[in-house]
Design a protein around this ligand. Structure first.
Ligand code: NDP
Length: 687
C-alpha cells in the first residue's frame, strides 16, 4: 500500500561499520505518485575518504581471504533470503511510482541477476583466489621460461553510482560481479529513490553473511567522494551523459587512471523489417514491443525504445496500431490494480520530460497523446508525476538531428520512416551509440544486413520474429549472461556479460617465469614444473592429491585388427581407416590411420585405475586435438598429470583437470587434451 499516512523515514548511510544519518534535517524526497514526503536524505558530515579507506583495508582484506566460490556462495545465500523478503521491497517500491509489474525487473530481476552471477561463478570459474586466462605461452626453446595471464582483484573499492530508475537491480547487478571478484563495494544510489536501495542494503547487512567492510552505502550527495579515489578503485556510473562526462573527467579519476565505467543516455532504435508488414506475426510483435517499452516503468528505462524505425509504406499502419494500443493504457496510482502505468519518478522529471518533448517537436509532430493532459483512473496529476504516453513522428528523420539526440526519459518515442535497409541502418547509427537495438524480421538476409550493419554502434542487438515470440526476453531487458552497455553516447561502458563482468574488477597481469614458480603462482601445473610419480594418482583422494602427480603408462601397439574392430563396432568406417588407396590419396595421410577416438579410448584404457576409488566420474575432455596420424604398428603411451584441483564447497568431491599427452614410439605427440574428473575429497567418501 502507498505510505501516504506514514512518517517520512530518515535515510542513513552505512559507512565504516555503522549506520549514520547525515547532518541537518535532510532533503525531503517525495512519493512519486502522491507527492507526500516519503523520506529525508542527507550525507552531510560523512567522511568519504575514511569510508573508502575502511573498505580497502577492512572489506578488501576480508574478501580476499575467501575463494571465488566462497564469495559466490555468500551471494547465493543473500539472494535467496532477499527473494523471501521481496514483498517488503515491493511495498517500498510503490513510492517510486512504479506499478508492481514494473517493479518486477528491478526487484526480482535484480535478485535474480545476483543469483545468476553466484551460480555461473561456481560453474565457470575455479574455486581459487587467482584466475588464469588463456594458454600458457612457452617463451624459451628449452621450456625453462613461460608466460601466463592471471587476474587478481583490485585492491581498492568499487564505487557504484546508480540512477534513480533501478534502485535494486542497479545496485545488485553491480555489486555481484565486484564481490565475486573480491572487491568491496560502496554504493551511492540516486537520491530520488535511495529509500528502496537503503532498505535492501539494510536487509543484506542484517544477514551478516558478507564480511565487515564488504558493503557500504551513501545516501545523499556524493560530496568529495571522488577526490579520494585511487588507481586501485573502480568507479561505475549509470545516469545522465552530462553527469557522466563530469565524473569521467574528475581530476582524481584522470590523475590516477581510475577504472571508470559509464552507462548513460541512449536513443535506442527498434527496426521493423521491410518484410514485416501488417498481417505478419513480426508486425504484431513489433507493435507490442514498442508499446511495452514505452509504458513499462513509464518509459524511464535506459534500454527503452526511443526511435521507431519503420518502412515508409507501413508508417501509417504502425501509427494506427500503436495509437490504438496506447489509447487503452490505464494510468493511475501504482498500487491500483486497474492501473497499467504508474507515475514518473518526480514532478521535476515530468517538467523536464515536457521540455524534452517540446524540443523534439521542433523537428516533429505529435501523433498520439498530450504531454499536458492525462486521464487517470486514480491519483491526481497535480501531486503525482503522471503523464500520458506520447508518440511523436519525425517527418524527415534522415535530416533531423533533435529526435536522434534528445533523450525524452519517459513514455515517449518517435516514429521515423525509412526507405530501404541502408537508410534504416543509417538512422539507427544516428543515435551515435546505443545500448540496444532490435530488428523485427523473418527474412534471414534482412537479419544479417541489419545486425551486422548496426552492431558496432550497439552493446546488444535483439532479433524478434515468430520463432521466439513466446520465449523472447524482449528488447528492454539486460541479462546477466549478456553484455549491457554501449559505445559512444551510451557511455562506452560494459557491464555484466557473465564472467566478463567479474573480470572488470580484476587486474590482468602477464606473469613470466620458470614453469616451477609459475605453476605455484597460478595454482595450475605447467609442463616443465615438478612432477611426482609415487603411486597411481587415481588412488588418491583430494586430501592426498597434489599438482604434478603423474603416471606414465605402459605402451600399447595399435594393430590393423584394432582399427577394423573399432570401425565395425562403432560404425565409423570412414575411408581413411578402411581403404589404403583412398587414404594415400588424402594429403594428410601416408596410409590407413587409426581413429582419433580409438586413440583416446586406448589412452583411457592405459591410464585408468579399474578398482573402486576416489575418482568418481569422468565428465568430459577439453581441448582435444589429434596431432600426428597413428599407423598400424605404432605404439602409444600416455603421460597423465594432475593439472588443476578445484574443491567444491558444500560437496564431498572436487573437480580435477588432468593434462593428458599421448605419444608414439618416436616420442611424437599424437594427441593432447585435458581429462575432466570428479574426485572424492576423502576416500572412502565421508559425507
Ligand atoms: P544523474 O546523472 O543526475 O544522476 C545519476 C547518479 O549520479 C545519481 O546517483 C546522482 O546522485 C549521481 N551524481 C550526480 N552528480 C554527481 C556528482 N557530482 N558526483 C557523484 N555523483 C553524482 O541522473 P538522474 O538519475 O538524475 O537522471 C537524469 C537523466 O539521466 C534522466 O532523465 C535520463 O535522461 C538519464 N538517465 C539515464 C539512465 C541510463 O541508464 N541510461 C538511467 C537514468 C537516467 P544524486 O541523485 O544524489 O544527485
Amino acid at each position: 500500500m502507498l505510505n501516504t499516512g506514514r512518517t517520512a523515514r530518515r535515510l542513513e548511510s552505512y559507512v565504516q561499520g555503522g549506520w549514520h544519518a547525515g547532518r541537518g534535517e535532510g532533503r525531503p524526497i517525495a512519493n512519486a505518485a502522491t507527492g507526500a514526503t516519503h523520506a529525508f536524505i542527507s550525507s552531510e558530515g560523512i567522511d568519504f575518504g575514511a569510508a573508502l579507506d575502511w573498505g580497502r583495508k577492512v572489506g578488501g582484506a576480508a574478501l580476499r581471504r575467501h575463494t571465488i566460490h566462497e564469495r559466490a556462495l555468500m551471494l547465493k545465500a543473500i539472494g535467496q533470503k532477499l527473494m523471501e523478503m521481496k514483498d517488503e521491497f515491493h511495498a517500498e517500491s510503490l513510492a517510486t511510482g512504479a506499478t508492481p509489474r514494473d517493479a518486477w525487473p528491478d526487484i526480482e530481476g535484480g535478485i535474480g541477476t545476483m543469483l545468476t552471477f553466484a551460480s555461473k561463478a561456481r560453474r565457470e570459474l575455479p574455486n581459487a583466489r587467482v584466475l588464469t586466462e588463456g594458454a600458457v605461452e612457452p617463451l624459451s626453446r628449452d621450456g625453462s621460461f613461460a608466460g601466463q595471464h592471471i587476474l587478481t582483484p583490485l585492491r581498492g573499492v568499487a564505487v557504484h553510482i546508480n540512477a534513480f530508475n533501478f534502485p535494486v537491480w542497479g545496485m545488485l547487478e553491480k555489486i555481484a560481479p565486484a564481490l565475486i571478484a573480491g572487491m568491496p563495494c560502496l554504493v551511492k544510489p540516486a537520491s530520488q529513490t535511495a529509500y528502496l536501495t537503503e532498505l535492501v542494503m539494510r536487509r543484506m547487512l542484517e544477514m551478516e553473511i558478507l564480511p565487515e567492510g564488504a558493503l557500504q552505502l551513501i545516501c545523499g550527495g556524493a560530496g568529495d567522494l571522488l577526490d579520494h579515489v585511487t588507481g586501485q578503485d573502480a568507479v561505475t556510473f549509470t545516469g545522465s551523459a552530462h553527469t557522466g562526462r563530469k565524473l569521467r573527467t574528475h581530476p582524481a579519476i584522470v590523475a590516477n587512471s581510475t577504472r571508470f565505467t559509464m552507462e548513460a543516455d541512449s536513443l535506442n532504435a527498434a527496426i521493423l523489417g521491410p518484410d514485416a508488414g501488417p498481417g505478419t506475426p513480426e508486425f504484431d510483435l513489433f507493435i507490442r514491443e514498442v508499446q511495452q517499452e514505452m509504458i513499462s516503468k513509464a518509459g524511464q528505462k535506459c534500454t527503452a525504445i526511443r526511435r521507431v524505425l519503420v518502412p515508409a509504406q507501413h508508417e501509417q499502419a504502425v501509427i494506427e496500431a500503436l495509437s490504438g494500443r496506447l489509447s487503452k493504457i490505464v494510468i493511475g496510482l501504482p498500487d491500483d490494480a486497474a492501473a497499467r502505468m504508474g507515475a514518473l519518478v518526480s514532478l521535476e522529471d515530468r517538467d523536464s520530460l515536457r521540455g524534452k518533448i517540446a524540443e523534439i517537436l521542433g523537428e516533429g509532430e505529435i501523433v498520439f497523446g498530450d504531454p499536458d493532459r492525462v486521464t487517470l483512473v486514480s491519483g491526481d496529476a497535480a501531486n503525482g508525476a503522471f503523464i500520458s504516453p506520447v508518440l511523436l513522428r519525425s517527418s524527415d528523420p534522415m535530416r533531423a538531428t533533435i529526435p536522434h539526440e534528445v533523450e525524452a526519459f519517459g513514455p515517449v518515442a518517435t516514429i521515423m520512416a525509412y526507405d530501404g535497409m541502408d537508410q534504416a541502418i543509417e538512422l539507427a547509427k544516428k543515435g551515435k551509440g546505443s545500448l540496444v537495438s532490435s530488428v523485427f524480421t523473418n527474412d534471414p538476409d534482412i537479419a544479417v544486413e541489419a545486425v551486422i550493419g548496426v552492431a558496432s554502434f550497439h552493446g546488444r542487438v535483439m532479433i524478434g520474429n515468430r520463432d521466439s515470440a513466446k520465449s523472447s526476453t524482449g528488447h528492454g531487458a539486460p541479462l546477466a549472461p549478456l553484455v549491457h552497455g554501449g559505445p559512444g553516447r551510451a557511455g562506452g561502458g560494459e557491464e555484466m556479460g557473465g564472467m566478463r563482468g567479474v573480470k572488470h574488477f580484476m587486474q590482468r597481469t602477464a606473469v613470466q617465469g620458470s614453469p616451477r614458480l609459475l605453476s605455484v603462482v597460478t595454482g595450475q601445473w605447467i609442463d616443465g614444473a615438478p612432477t611426482r610419480a609415487d603411486r597411481h594418482p587415481f588412488r588418491k583422494s583430494l586430501a592426498e592429491l597434489r599438482l604434478g602427480d603423474q603416471i606414465l603408462t605402459e605402451a600399447r601397439t595399435v594393430t590393423k585388427e584394432d582399427v577394423e574392430h573399432f570401425a565395425e563396432f562403432t560404425g565409423d568406417t570412414f575411408y581413411a581407416h578402411m581403404d589404403s588407396d583412398a587414404a594415400k590419396a588424402n594429403p594428410f595421410f601416408e596410409d590407413r590411420v587409426a581413429h582419433g577416438y580409438l586413440i583416446a579410448s586406448f589412452a583411457a584404457g592405459l591410464f585408468v585405475e579399474p578398482n573402486p576409488g576416489p575418482v568418481l566420474a569422468n565428465y568430459g575432455v577439453d581441448n582435444l586435438r589429434f596431432l600426428t596420424p597413428v599407423y598400424f604398428g605404432d605404439s602409444l603411451r600416455v603421460r597423465l598429470t594432475c593439472k588443476q584441483i578445484n574443491p567444491r564447497e558444500n560437496a564431498v568431491y572436487g573437480e580435477v583437470r588432468w593434462d593428458s599427452r599421448v605419444t608414439n614410439q618416436r616420442g611424437e605427440l599424437v594427441a593432447e587434451y585435458d581429462v575432466l574428473t570428479m574426485v572424492a575429497k576423502t576416500w572412502p567418501v565421508t559425507a
